[in-house]
Write a new protein. Sequence first.
Length: 191
Amino acid sequence: MKKLCILTALIMYFFLPAFGADESDIDININSLYAANKIDEAFNLILSIPQEERTSHQWLILGNIMQDMGKNGDAEFMYDHALNADPKNYKAGYNLANLYLANGRPNMAIDKYKAVLKTKNDFAYAYYNMGCAYIKIGELRKAKNAFLDAIYFKPTEPDFYYNLAYVYKMLNKQKDAQLYLDNYNKLIEEK
């Protein structure tokens, strides 16, 4: 039992800072429930907190739950509240941008990805998804630049190379397209 307590204390010491130094016990509980896929319990715990007292992170979790339930309008509402509570909550901005992109609003998605990148400029997936949004509106050169930025920040993600190869192909730059397709294939083989 003593070993278990020591092990638990060590885990708490090393991993709690990852949640954030100012995170409350209730947020730790919410995160634990959500991570353990106890969605209803996490949802009900957050709903027990008055709206005006909810943190940005709590609104984010509510948005994720709503989106998982297919309630995209409610998810958008929750992500907006998360951003109102903390405009630098890049996760809420990113999830909202992804929601816009999935719902056929690529211009709104691009604007939100740009806002996310002002807060976290090394977020490769925001660049990648912004590139996908640029493809949807036919802005291939901007898509190319976004994919190049994504690769710069995360050079081990095969999908980044594949989409960049596609963009180069659409821009009639076959050599560049083949180069990035070869990089994609190499990364796929290494996995």
